[in-house]
Write a protein that binds this ligand. Structure first.
Ligand code: SF4
Length: 205
């Protein structure tokens, strides 16, 4: 796996991403925090990995201006306002749904704020990526999203599109469909704008 991670890291670097490989979620959290200066504004994109490694809690408890749309009890209007604020934050912290062997990032989003922030806006983006997110190519990335990511996320959000029951995508038109915005980031013009922290551990989904 180490060799595979190194190869993907090399491919990502060729596409102008900064890349670090770490052994564990703890290391990933510490590294991410070392990249964000106190006082910085920080936006969030939905990511189980960011929660699992304790980075969300660390950001909540740290000296940052955090735009936290996941805070319990806030109104829908406030939730949307914080998502928008995240698009122009100094930093944006999230995960990605898949990384290809050619160093591309594949994502699907519900609202679109996460893929929008990945594409343009925040000056720096930090992605936490478990080794289970590595895929052969873009097609495999989308297959992973439809077969694995979307049904699990739908369950997590407490919604019930057909893939929750069927375990596969039917390109539904369900009112609670969670796959609405598609994105492939093949390369960055601005070298180092996106930092990818590859973690030699299975995290998120
Ligand atoms: S399009 Fe619908 S069925 Fe397919 S993965 Fe998304 S939510 Fe599930």
């Amino acid at each position: 796996m180490k060799e595979k991670l190194e190869k993907v890291a090399e491919a990502l670097r060729k596409n102008n991403f900064d890349v670090h490989i770490v052994a564990s979620g703890d290391e990933a959290r510490k590294l991410a925090l070392s990249l964000i200066p106190e006082g910085a504004s920080v936006g969030l994109g939905g990511s189980v990995t960011v929660q699992q490694v304790g980075l969300l809690d660390a950001l909540r408890n740290g000296k940052y201006r955090l735009f936290d749309q996941y805070e319990a009890g806030i109104s829908r209007e406030e939730n949307i306002r914080r998502r928008k604020q995240g698009l122009t934050a100094d930093f944006f912290v999230t995960g990605t749904n898949a990384v290809t062997e050619d160093g591309e990032l594949v994502n699907i989003d519900g609202f679109g704020n996460r893929v929008a922030a990945l594409a343009f806006g925040p000056s720096k983006v930090i992605l936490l990526v478990g080794r289970n997110k590595l895929v052969k190519n873009i097609e495999a990335g989308f297959k992973r999203i439809y077969d694995v990511v979307a049904p699990k996320n739908a369950k997590r959000f407490g919604v019930n599109p057909p893939c929750v029951k069927d375990g596969k995508c039917s390109n539904c038109n369900h009112p609670q469909r969670i796959c609405n915005i598609y994105s492939v980031i093949a390369r960055q013009v601005e070298k180092g704008r996106i930092t990818v922290i590859l973690i030699d551990s299975d995290l998120g989904f």
